[in-house]
Design a protein around this ligand. Sequence first.
Ligand code: HEC
Length: 80
Amino acid sequence: MTSDQGKTIFTGRCGSCHDADASKKLPDGTTLLARLAKNKDPETRLATRLKNPQERHQVFLYLQPMIEREQSSAPGDKTP
Ligand code: HEC
């Protein structure tokens, strides 16, 4: 239920540019997922685009497993 809400927000409002899994390439060749994975506090990072704390947290919960997967798949790539 909770992650569904985050999914609905993300796919509906962010998915057109970032894809449902946040892995669409941005103009500089990175992805939102990769950027969030490198960030120490991805939830706060989302605040640049999601002002509502409730929505932000739901979106964070939705993205969290993907972020964790991304972090563990790129162990040598933690520094920007
Ligand atoms: C119209 C296209 C578009 C939409 C819609 C969009 N984004 Fe983005 N977003 C971008 C682009 C392009 C960038 C990279 C900009 C840059 O390099 O500064 C970006 C960057 C970001 C970043 C910064 C990542 C970082 O650490 O540098 C965050 C966070 C983000 N988007 C979250 C969201 C969220 C959450 C939503 C939905 C509420 C969203 N975006 C909707 C195009 C979009």
